[in-house]
Design a protein around this ligand. Structure first.
Ligand code: FO1
Length: 329
């Protein structure tokens, strides 16, 4: 079974870890491709940092800090402290020492002319994540957030990480702009992984700045819309709030209600030119969305959606694959 997952950071990585566990224990012979969001990427101190690709790679490769959900386990922050001692900005983004080695290797390879997809494959040689991890694009793109400017009545755009990490998504966002989008092409293998998949999964990643960003890469949304594979998503919203992260601030910015049903309708039904054949919602809080979404053309199942441990996460992935079978055309 060829499975393609469009993933952001923590939610996408943990879901995929559960998916791999399910595929191993079932067992189901499979090839999993993860298309990772690179809109969160930031260039700092001369280093190219790809938070979502690294979160997927470390989570599936066993190197993630489970506590933070990003960066390395057993991490130290001597470099961060030394940079702070020099008064270097920004001081709100923490690069761990072990993690910095990853950024050094990546930046050196990029400077030598390797595309990000080749660099990612080289990094994965070490981590053996058990999936083919593809950046959504080899071209440099960055999500910027439009916020109020310093003078009344003005607006400015800041890097996504400044909004997310420094301001904790606490200042109102008016819009998200993927800088570089118009010139970006999908990385090699991305469109093929979607069009040639047996199942396409949208994990419980941020629908605006993670999955939404991947879908903005020219050609990707059309590939998802037209693939012969069933497309099934897992709600990142449970009981009207994000399971993790600050997706509510992102949804509010684009005028979408923070609810499991509203996110599904935002993706849209494939029968109505949207993306979804199937959708999973949390059984205890959102079962009332099932009928509403079915009427809109999205087959919806209510199942436990909290990724409390590996077994619970594997069960969510199994439910997604099961739903994919029942909506397969
Ligand atoms: N998140 C934070 O909240 N604070 C940080 O200092 C921080 C540093 C960082 C460094 C490398 C990396 O790969 C991720 C890092 N993150 C940090 C996580 C990241 O900002 C976001 O959670 C994702 O971009 C959203 O998916």
């Amino acid at each position: 079974m060829r499975i393609t997952v469009l993933a952001g950071g923590i939610g996408g990585a943990r879901f995929t870890r559960g998916l791999l566990h399910h595929l191993r224990t079932a067992p189901i012979e499979s090839h999993v491709t993860v298309i990772g969001n690179t809109g969160d990427d930031i260039r700092l101190f001369g280093l190219q940092i790809c938070p979502d690709l690294d979160t997927v790679m470390y989570t599936l490769g066993g190197g993630i800090s489970e506590e933070r959900g990003w960066g390395r386990e057993d991490e130290t922050f001597a470099i961060k402290e030394e940079l702070a001692a020099y008064g270097v900005q920004p001081d709100w983004f923490g690069l761990g020492d072990r993690d910095t080695a990853t950024h050094l290797v990546r930046s050196q390879m990029l400077a030598a002319g390797y595309p990000l997809s080749a660099v990612t494959a080289a990094l994965c040689d070490r981590w053996q994540p058990g999936v083919e991890l593809l950046p959504m694009s080899d071209d440099r793109v960055e999500t910027h957030v439009v916020v109020d400017g310093d003078e009344p009545g003005t607006r400015k755009a800041i890097h996504f990480q400044e909004w997310w990490v420094r301001h904790r998504a606490g200042i109102p966002a008016h819009d998200f702009v993927l800088v570089g989008r118009d010139d970006a092409r999908p990385a090699p293998g991305v469109l093929e992984a979607i069009s040639g998949a047996d199942v396409v999964l949208l994990p419980p990643s941020n629908p605006v700045v993670s999955v939404g960003t991947i879908l903005q890469v020219p050609g990707v949304r059309d590939a998802v819309r037209t693939t012969a594979a069933p497309v099934v998503g897992v709600s990142p919203i449970v009981g009207g709030a994000p399971v993790r992260g600050m997706a509510d601030a992102c949804l509010t910015a684009i005028g979408v209600k923070t609810s499991a049903a509203a996110v599904a309708l935002h993706y849209g039904a494939r029968t109505a030119d949207g993306l979804l054949d199937g959708w999973l919602v949390h059984d205890e809080s959102d079962a009332d969305a099932v009928d509403e979404l079915a009427a809109a053309g999205i087959e919806t199942r209510a199942v436990p959606l909290l990724m409390t441990d590996l077994a619970a996460t594997a069960a969510i992935a199994a439910a997604a694959l099961h739903l994919a079978e029942s909506v397969r055309r």
